[in-house]
Design a protein around this ligand. Structure first.
Ligand code: SF4
Ligand code: SF4
Length: 179
């Protein structure tokens, strides 16, 4: 689905990229949702739907890469302690027509990600922090370079469009938050 961007922010905010209690998480989601409802809600829904659709296209490719590499990995990315949902993630989640995850990736700074299980991430890719969607490690890059040119171009194009849509959500939130 093609979506026309609104006047854009150029960077995502690092706001909320920190540990928080589940209560803080839900209060923040409510605040963001209420703010966007004062904006162009229908457009927000269209943006979130388009993001979800593009992640769905990426999902089988990333899943295949993980199934080929992650079990043998000696430095698993999910054990990093700085991975959090940021504001653009939360804006997207609060607009999306599905249940958001129950909390931030961790309630304590040094804890490991609550969604990491022995079988990998327990979250659907569409509701993970976006850094967990776009991150391509060296092993995955090797596999990506073996894809056809058509696939590579669509992959990169989808990431670019997701970024634009996320920035549009950030922009709408900024506009809605103006006095
Ligand atoms: S760094 Fe790459 S291979 Fe290792 S766990 Fe992460 S995605 Fe899998
Ligand atoms: S949310 Fe999922 S993919 Fe991201 S760090 Fe946690 S377990 Fe890994």
């Amino acid at each position: 689905m093609a979506v026309q961007p609104v006047p854009m922010k150029t960077e995502e905010s690092s706001c909320y990229r920190h540990h928080m209690s589940d209560g803080q998480w839900h209060r923040t989601l409510s605040h963001l949702r209420n703010s966007l409802k004062n904006s162009n809600w229908a457009y927000c829904r269209t943006l979130a739907g388009a993001i979800q659709e593009k992640i769905a296209w990426l999902d089988p490719i990333m899943h295949r890469y993980c199934s080929l590499t992650c079990r043998e990995c000696d430095d698993p990315c999910c054990q990093a302690t700085k991975i959090y949902f940021n504001r653009a993630d939360m804006l997207y989640l609060t607009v999306l027509d599905r249940e958001p995850p129950p909390g931030q990736t961790r309630t304590e700074e040094s804890a490991r990600c609550r969604y990491l299980t022995p079988n990998g991430c327990s979250l659907a890719r569409a509701v993970r922090p976006y850094v967990c969607v776009w991150f391509i490690c060296d092993a995955h890059m090797t596999l990506f370079q073996q894809e056809s040119g058509v696939c590579q171009r669509r992959f990169i194009g989808n990431l670019a469009e997701i970024r634009q849509h996320r920035l549009a959500l950030e922009s709408l939130y900024a506009q809605a938050a103006l006095p």
